[in-house]
Write a protein of this length. Structure first.
Length: 332
């Protein structure tokens, strides 16, 4: 049994990780500020478990984090907490700086102070895992090789630059203070419980409520989609098998244009919930002015994670998507 402190565990990805670890019999302390992106229902399956503790706090509250680490004798920190939506970062970047950069600094300070007091095996086995994104590497052109751990950081949005900054802080706390930290950079996630501001849930909800399916620009932008459960598995592998101070890229091996995703959602809905007027949901698609600084293509190589961690992805995008859409249709 391991003791985890997970931040942002009421959000999309963090909640999947929390539920999985509690089900495995580990203790999880979930620290979340409960922003608009949080949802208590995401963890309702395990919220009554004796091994689950919730602390409503901001990751900038260093003393609260430090006290939680001490009190629960933590082995692993997994830092998911972040402002995560690019559009919001373009409208107003301040909170992204505050949470993603200052918050990570606060987490590192709390972790460093706690780590320096540990001894023996407990100290040897302690890890700080920082969850980051492929967006720190910038944008690819068609035909360019997928991002690897060796790529230069070239973030383009306020969101990706705040995540890039946090990655640099994590690296420095490892190099300077010996904090046993690991970074994972992951591609676009999809799965149950994703906030409706993000592409896939937004398209499903808008389709079902008869609203426009708005796509930025010409919709040809490419993202690499990973199932959230694969991402969580990759994080666990990096924690338990990864080299201290190292970075691991985690991708879905599933590059797709935005238009293809929306078409697929419409095709699945046309089968599962055909419209009474016989029209396809595709009739609701509408192209709108492009997002400012919109990255064209992300693709990320799993070569190192496969070789060093034994990471694999489930290759059934359509099946996974059908599952998500069915649950939406049933209102689950
Ligand atoms: P999310 O927006 O769904 O959830 C974020 C959670 O963090 C929320 O529960 C929120 O309340 C909490 N939070 C925000 N600010 C906080 C603060 N100051 N203190 C404590 N809690 C705070 O995010 P997500 O999509 O689950 O992403 C989780 C992490 O994974 C982020 O670090 C993100 O950068 C990274 N990531 C996401 C994706 C993706 O496709 N969603 C891809 C790669 C990496």
């Amino acid at each position: 049994m391991k003791n985890f402190l997970v931040t942002g565990g009421l959000g999309f990805i963090g909640s999947h990780f929390v539920v999985e670890q509690v089900k495995k019999g580990n203790l999880v302390v979930n620290v979340d500020k409960v922003t608009y992106a949080a949802n208590y229902d995401n963890v309702k399956e395990i919220s009554g478990d004796k091994n689950y503790n919730f602390i409503k706090a901001d990751i900038n509250e260093t003393a609260v984090i430090y006290a939680a680490l001490k009190e629960s004798n933590i082995d692993y920190i997994v830092n998911f907490a972040a402002e995560s939506h690019v559009d919001n970062s373009i409208k107003s970047a301040g909170q992204f700086i505050q949470t993603n950069i200052n918050g990570t600094f606060s987490m590192l300070e709390a972790a460093k102070n706690y780590y320096q007091e540990l001894e023996g095996e407990k100290k040897d086995n302690f890890r700080f895992l920082h969850v980051s994104t492929d967006e720190v590497f910038g944008s690819l052109k068609d035909g360019e090789p997928a991002f690897t751990e060796e790529n230069k950081y070239l973030p383009n949005s306020p969101y990706s630059s705040s995540k890039a900054s946090s990655d640099h802080l994590v690296r420095a706390w490892n190099e300077t203070y010996g904090l046993p930290a690991i970074i994972t950079n992951c591609s676009n996630n999809y799965g149950a419980n994703q906030h409706e501001e993000k592409l896939i849930p937004k398209m499903i909800t808008n389709a079902l409520s008869g609203k426009d399916l708005t796509i930025y620009g010409n919709g040809k932008n490419i993202r690499d989609w990973i199932y959230v459960e694969d991402h969580c598995h990759g994080i666990e592998l990096a924690l338990t098998k990864g080299q201290i101070g190292d970075t691991y890229c985690l991708g879905g091996e599933c590059e797709m244009r935005n238009t293809k995703i929306v078409d697929l959602i419409c095709d699945i809905l046309d089968e599962l919930k055909p419209k009474s007027n016989g029209e396809s949901y595709k009739s609701q698609i509408k192209f709108i002015e492009d997002r400012q600084g919109h990255d064209y293509r992300y693709a990320i190589s799993n070569a190192k994670s496969k070789k060093e961690l034994g990471f694999e992805v489930s290759k059934s995008f359509r099946n996974n998507l059908e599952g998500i859409i069915s649950r939406h249709c049933e209102g689950v």
